[in-house]
Structures are given as C-alpha cells and as structure tokens.
Design a protein around this ligand. Structure first.
Ligand code: CAA
Length: 258
C-alpha cells in the first residue's frame, strides 16, 4: 500500500512510522489510521524488525481525531461504520513492542493512540490532553479508561472534565511517560530503546509485553497466573538455554528467536 500520510522506514532492526500530515497537526483522519494500521501489520510480520516506533513532528505527535472529517457525521452511521473502532485499535493487536515517541501535542485521539502503545517516551516539549469536552463530546478511543489506569482518577478526571493539558514534566511525575528526553534526541532515543529490545529473544520480548498489558485488564490473581504460564513456557525455547548458559559461561548470549 502506498502511503501519503505517514513515512515508513527501518533504522537497524527498528521500524519507524512517522505521522506526516503537518498541515493538520497529524489529525488522525480515516486514511491516516488505515495507513498506520497497514504499516504496523507489515512491521509485525517482518522478522527483520524487532520493535516499532510511532512518532510525529516536533510540533505535534497528533492533535486528535480529525474534527473537520467527523463534524457532520451522525448516528447511527457512525455506529454501523464502527467509527473510532477496530481501525484505531490495530496497534493493540501488534505482538512486537510499540514505542510512542511523543513531541509537541498529543491531544484527544493523539493521546489515546500514544496510550495504546506499549510505552510513551516524551520529548521535553510534549503536551498531553483530552480536550474533547470542549467539542461537546468525550474521549472515544479509550481515553476515559486508559488515562485513569495510567495516572489515577483525580488527575484523569480533571483533564477530561476541563480539557487541561499536561506538560512533559507533569506527565513523567504522573507516570504517563517512562522518561523525558530533549526534543532533538527523541527519535534517536526511541530507536536506541527499540534496538536494545530487538537484540533480545523475540519470544521473551513478546510474552513480556503481553504479560504487562494483561495487568491492565485483569485481576492480580489472574494476571500472576497468566504470567506464570508464559514464564514456564519459555523454558521450552532454545533462547532460554542460551541465555542462561551464556550467563554461567560469562559470555554474551546469541539469541536465535527459537
Ligand atoms: N482535526 C482537524 N484539524 C486539526 C485538528 C484536528 N484535531 N487539530 C488541528 N487541526 C488543524 C487546524 O484546523 C489548522 O488547520 P488550518 O490551518 O487549515 O486552519 C491546523 O491544523 C493548525 O492548527 P491550529 O492553527 O489550530 O494550530 P495552533 O498551534 O494554533 O493550535 C492546537 C494547536 C491547540 C493543537 C489546536 O489545533 C487544537 O486545539 N486542535 C484540536 C485539538 C482537539 O480538540 N483534539 C481532540 C479531537 S476529538 C478526538 O480526538 C476524539 C477521540 O477521542 C478519538
């Protein structure tokens, strides 16, 4: 599929997808989300890629769903089209780790897309917000749920009810992002993290990601049970033998993803 609204490249073993609709601050229109889903699935299927980065421009990761595209839409058309439905959630189906590298605005659906990724690395100029309330709607791509789980009820409630934006420092204090880096280094830092992940054993990376994400969605007891099943299953891999033998022999492991 030819892409018009995203840029797609590999840097080493990391697939990098850059949202590229600068005239609309990367507003997430249907076409952009279709292209993004296509690129994510392609990288997920590519054995040469071990991790994926989604980023935007220095001014905007994404300023939300495309307001101009949706302003005249009506019910039940949006219901039957599954608007903001499965197409937006492709990122949740990807087995490889997906890093959101966020500079500038991550608003509305932009903040929600970042939260659907496995982790968020923020530039020092990042701004997060759920301003949908100003439009007479509410977040529609998981914002009311994921923001609460990520930063707690009071802060999420304030942001969602007032539309207030959070800067990178506050987002780091609130655990929305893993780390802040200078905006000029953002993509390089995200790729470096992706390279580290890609150098490890792919089955353990995919299962670690799956187990952490399950913590979001289930009870502690069920989550620990799920983790243990995956943990024990990894004893069937050659990489587990290699990783532990390499430790005992004081050498670097050579993983084969088997
Ligand atoms: N949809 C469509 N176009 C958008 C857009 C959006 N979400 N955000 C920005 N744009 C467009 C603007 O209309 C403008 O286009 P024109 O030059 O053709 O007028 C261009 O991008 C540049 O934007 P601004 O001139 O507004 O730039 P600014 O620097 O003055 O302001 C901003 C930046 C504060 C991010 C402002 O653009 C803004 O408030 N954007 C909307 C944010 C928003 O409400 N997001 C939520 C969308 S709803 C949603 O996401 C639902 C959901 O949960 C899935």
């Amino acid at each position: 599929m030819a892409h018009e609204m995203i840029l797609v490249e590999t840097q080493g073993r990391v697939g990098v997808i850059t949202l590229n609709r600068p005239q609309a601050l990367n507003a997430l229109c249907d076409q952009l989300m279709t292209e993004l889903g296509d690129a994510l699935r392609t990288f997920d299927a590519d054995p040469a890629v071990g991790a994926i980065v989604i980023t935007g421009s220095q001014k905007a990761f994404a300023a939300g769903a495309d307001i101009k595209e949706m302003k005249d839409r009506a019910y039940p058309g949006v219901y039957f089209d599954d608007f903001i439905g499965k197409r937006w959630e492709t990122v949740l189906t990807i087995q490889k780790p997906v890093i959101a590298a966020v500079a500038g605005f991550a608003l509305g659906g932009g903040c929600e897309l970042a939260m659907m990724c496995d982790l968020i690395l923020a530039a020092d100029n990042a701004k997060f917000g759920q301003p949908e309330i100003n439009l007479g709607i509410i977040p529609g791509a998981g914002g009311t749920q994921r923001l609460v789980r990520s930063i707690g009820k009071s802060k999420a409630m304030e942001m969602i009810l007032t539309g207030r934006m959070m800067d990178a420092q506050e987002a780091e204090r609130a655990n929305l992002v893993c780390r802040i880096v200078p905006v000029a280094d953002l993509v390089a830092e995200a790729v470096k993290m992706g390279e580290k992940i890609a150098s490890l054993s792919a089955p353990s990376v995919a299962m670690a990601k799956e187990a952490v994400n399950v913590a979001y969605e289930t009870t502690l007891r069920e989550g620990v049970r799920f983790e243990r099943r995956l943990f024990l299953s990894l004893f069937s891999t050659e990489d587990q033998k290699e990783g532990m033998a390499a430790f005992a022999e004081k050498r670097k492991p050579s993983f084969t993803n088997r």
